[in-house]
Design a protein around this ligand. Structure first.
Ligand SMILES: [Zn+2]
Ligand SMILES: [Zn+2]
Length: 509
């Protein structure tokens, strides 16, 4: 980790992140800290006193070496990063489960860092000896990330943190996923990059990857274009298509009828009736059991005899134990069963501490791909990855119409751009997920898609051909941001590491 000299008084250490040291006589300041092991080289550079450490953002790799000690230098960070750096505030935020959205930070330091001065204001200054540093807002990797600008000799240098990776990509791009449905993180990142591109910098010093010395402006503009493509990918999956909603009639409190033998209830539930007098429940939530009970009473059906789920998210599956208690048999797809049988040692986004953790076991497993019979209904079964990988679909004929139970992958165009969200946090795959599942819909040609979250719509060939094309485009947009051109390595793996550290945090009760 020997120092590399970038300018007469500017040095780079390749630590957990790039750490930059600016020297002034026998004093110095550092930008970001990493492990801190680089400090042992300072005497070789004639530096006796490190005066200040400035943090571009709060991620653990930028600063983890600062924890657990009192330091002889001042540590500065943006006021907006206090939530993830101040030990007490961090404990508060980590003790809440992330629930149904992406976490507020994917890489907070485990215990926070005490005694930080939160005095770096966006577009503010800091004076040190003959230097004046300016702070420019470049959010994205974190909501309040700052770029630090310095004039060193005749060079304007921008220390931009993770706003850009050295080759004009984004280091661990899942950090831009603030929400699984909306592109707000990507939009913020693009605005910051355009701001940076306008500044006429000579040297761009990112936290990861090589230093940009030649025409950083050009690289930043290309990055802004790639970010814009990802923002567009967050738009409609089937532009120009109408909703084609299935008319439903009211069937008591919280329930509606789609077909003579098919009802929808609560947020995600469907109830399929058999001529035998039995009922099959799809995607039941525990808190909606009263809605289901009153629907059963209205239909004079004593109980649900079989219960199934499209995927493992608890808003589609946590009612299964209650249904079993009342006599239902639980039948699951192997991919879905795999998660539902886990205990508290293996938490997963959208499947975490929302209920006391206990395994949900299947009485019978479906084939991964094949058919299954329940009374007069013959079902086709298949994996159906999209919003999450561990998702299945099943189709049968109800009252003469082919109905596909499609869970959270697809929505009518006016709802959430026509899909159920995508993010690395939720293991959403694009070409091998949404694209593959849209292709299955095209092969199975249902008449009705019975979706989660209160919607059903009629199938159209053109709609799903557009979805297949969208998945390719969206994946290309992500790939164009990936530093190594490899989404497994750059995007999914770091997000998986983040689940492990955040969801197993000792603060999470
Ligand atoms: Zn970062
Ligand atoms: Zn879901």
């Amino acid at each position: 980790m020997k120092p590399q000299r970038l300018l007469p008084d500017l040095f780079l250490f390749k630590d957990l992140c790039n750490v930059f040291v600016i020297r002034d006589g026998s004093e110095a300041i550092a930008i970001d800290f990493g492990s801190g092991r680089w400090r042992k080289y300072l005497p070789q550079l004639g530096i006796k006193n490190l005066r200040h450490v400035f943090l571009t953002h709060h991620h653990a790799d930028q600063l983890i070496g600062l924890s657990g000690r009192r330091w002889p230098f001042a540590i500065h960070a943006s006021a907006g990063e206090r939530t993830f750096l101040d030990p007490a505030m961090l404990r508060t935020i980590l003790s809440k489960p992330s629930g149904a959205v992406c976490p507020p930070s994917y890489a907070p330091p485990a215990k926070g860092i005490p005694r930080i001065l939160f005095d770096m204001a966006p577009f503010g200054d800091f004076f040190w000896n003959r230097h004046r540093f300016r702070f420019v807002s470049t959010p994205g990797h974190s909501r309040s990330a700052l770029t630090i600008l310095a004039n060193l000799g005749d060079q304007q240098v921008a220390f931009c943190g993770d706003a850009v990776f050295g080759n004009g990509k984004i280091w661990e791009p899942h950090h831009l996923e603030w929400h699984h449905l909306y592109p707000d993180g990507v939009e913020a990142a693009r605005n910051g990059i355009l701001r940076l591109a306008d500044l006429g910098n000579d040297l761009l010093c990112p936290s990861h990857g090589p230093i940009l010395r030649t025409r950083p402006e050009k690289i930043l503009r290309r990055l802004a274009k790639n970010l814009a493509a990802l923002i567009r990918a967050r738009g409609s999956v089937c532009p120009g298509e109408p909703d084609r909603l299935v008319p439903e009639t009211a069937a008591g409190e919280g329930a509606r009828q789609l077909l003579p033998h098919l009802y929808r209830f609560g947020v995600n539930g469907y109830l399929l009736l058999s001529k035998s007098g039995e009922a099959l429940a799809v995607d039941t939530q525990e808190k909606e059991m009263p809605v289901l009970r009153s629907l059963l009473a209205r239909l004079h059906i004593p109980k649900v005899s079989c219960a199934v789920s499209t995927h493992h998210h608890l808003d589609h599956a946590d009612g299964l134990p209650a249904l079993r208690k009342q006599g239902a048999r639980i039948v699951l797809h192997p991919w879905v069963a795999q998660w539902l049988r886990q205990t508290g040692t293996s938490r997963h986004p959208w499947f975490e501490v929302l209920i006391p953790r206990r395994p949900i076991l299947a009485d019978q497993l479906w084939p991964t791909q094949g058919t299954w019979r329940w009374n007069e209904y013959q079902f086709q079964i298949a994996p159906f990855p999209g919003q999450t990988w561990w998702h299945c679909a099943f189709q049968t004929v109800v009252d003469g119409r082919k109905v596909l139970f499609s869970g959270d992958n697809f929505q009518p165009p006016s709802r959430w751009s026509g899909q159920g969200g995508f993010c690395a946090w939720n293991s959403s795959r694009l070409v091998t997920g949404y694209g593959r599942s849209a292709a299955l819909v095209l092969r199975w040609r249902p008449e009705i898609l019975a979706c989660g979250h209160g919607t059903s719509f009629y199938f159209s060939n053109r709609h799903f051909r557009k979805v297949v094309a969208w998945a390719k485009k969206a994946e290309r947009a992500l790939l164009n941001l990936s530093p190594h051109g490899n989404l497994e390595q750059d995007y999914f793996l770091p997000a998986k590491r983040a689940w492990k550290s955040i969801l197993h945090s000792p603060h999470l009760k």
